[in-house]
Design a protein around this ligand. Structure first.
Ligand code: ADP
Ligand code: MG
Length: 323
């Protein structure tokens, strides 16, 4: 790619309807100048999507643009933060104007929705990879961390689990609804903001419920009891699991427990706040579901509604299961 092409690429990323007052200087200079309001902490995170590792070659460019931002906004949501700014590092194998405008469309549709302004980035030549960094705010001392859960706290998740994982298993046979859950995950920003007052700990489910819930337990040497019959499923998940697939379906409970990429929030709430949380999140599209309780003994113990034990089959996560 020539220098002219880099200029054109930058052009793709300078026209955005969202113009924030706290951006003193955005794309175009050597660096951006940003104003953090008094009384707020800056919340920063970054995630990279690499072609062939985090998405397949046939993923639409708009989906890559959306998801690169969405997975970062999901991390801000998990802190209870309000998003504000983003930077974008693009490594591109070739100059492809149609791909770039599709990518930008996916990226900016989500950025505009949450009033996130792209304030800078970098463009390089090489195997396709997209790194996004997002910046958000939280009132001093109010961020929700992975640590903070207490024995007796209820465990909740937003939305539904296993959809993105089933889309990956079914590949071309996955229906539109499951495919969208994989390609266009919706960061649970509103839920994260609503939970600032109530949750004791929170994480987003990017690597699978057992793995990510495990991170909530690590700090305090805590454990959890999970009711696998309470795990929330989408209607698309239930329908697809009932239909004969091209190959065998994974066992019913496995994807919601172990598959990644759903980008729901998993959080804990002390019993006195549960009614308020259910009312607040019940008013959001994603809703929330109680799936278990924090216990003092380390390990995650899964059980069925009839009280019998359920042993997750996924070997990779067996070390999270209690003895
Ligand atoms: P420098 O060589 O000084 O680092 P660059 O040519 O890399 O400058 O970038 C010039 C401007 O364009 C900077 O403001 C930078 O933040 C912005 N920019 C470069 N690539 C991107 C991109 N992919 N998305 C958004 N802004 C970008
Ligand atoms: Mg640069």
């Amino acid at each position: 790619m020539s220098g002219d092409e880099f200029d054109i690429i930058r052009q793709h990323f300078t026209h955005q309807p969202v113009v924030r007052e706290d951006v003193l200087l955005g794309v175009g200079d050597d660096a951006a100048l940003l104003q953090v309001a008094a009384g707020a902490e800056l919340v920063v995170c970054m995630d990279t999507l690499v072609a062939g590792v985090h998405f397949s070659a046939d993923t639409p460019a708009a989906a890559i643009g959306h998801k690169a931002l969405a997975v970062n906004l999901s991390d801000l949501a998990a802190m209870g933060a309000e998003p504000a700014w983003a930077t974008l590092a693009l490594t591109l194998p070739e100059y492809h104007p149609v791909w770039l405008s599709d990518f930008a469309r996916g990226f900016f549709a989500l950025a505009d929705h949450y009033r996130v302004q792209l304030v800078g980035g970098d463009t390089t030549h090489g195997p396709l990879a997209v790194t996004v960094q997002v910046h958000g705010f939280i009132r001093n001392g109010k961020a929700l961390r992975r640590s903070g859960a207490q024995p007796g706290d209820r465990i909740y998740v937003t939305g539904t689990l296993g959809d993105a994982g089933l889309a990956l298993v079914l590949r071309a046979a996955a229906g539109e609804a499951l495919r969208r859950r994989l390609d266009y995950p919706l960061p649970r920003i509103e839920a994260g903001l609503a939970l600032r007052k109530y949750a004791s700990a929170m994480i987003d489910v990017s690597d699978g419920l057992l793995a990510d819930l495990g991170h909530l337990l690590e700090g305090g040497d805590l454990g959890a009891r999970l009711d696998v019959d309470a795990l929330p499923h989408s209607s698309a998940f239930l329908e697809a699991m009932e239909q004969p697939g091209p190959g065998p379906h994974p066992p019913f409970y496995e994807l919601p427990l172990s598959a990644g990429d759903d980008y729901e929030l998993c959080f804990t709430v002390s019993p006195q706040h549960c009614a308020a949380v259910e009312a607040r999140l019940g008013g959001l599209v994603c809703g929330c579901t109680a799936i278990g309780v924090i216990e003092p003994q380390p390990g995650i113990r899964c059980h069925r509604r009839d009280g019998s034990d359920y042993r997750p089959a996924t070997r990779g996560y067996l070390h999270f299961v209690g003895e």
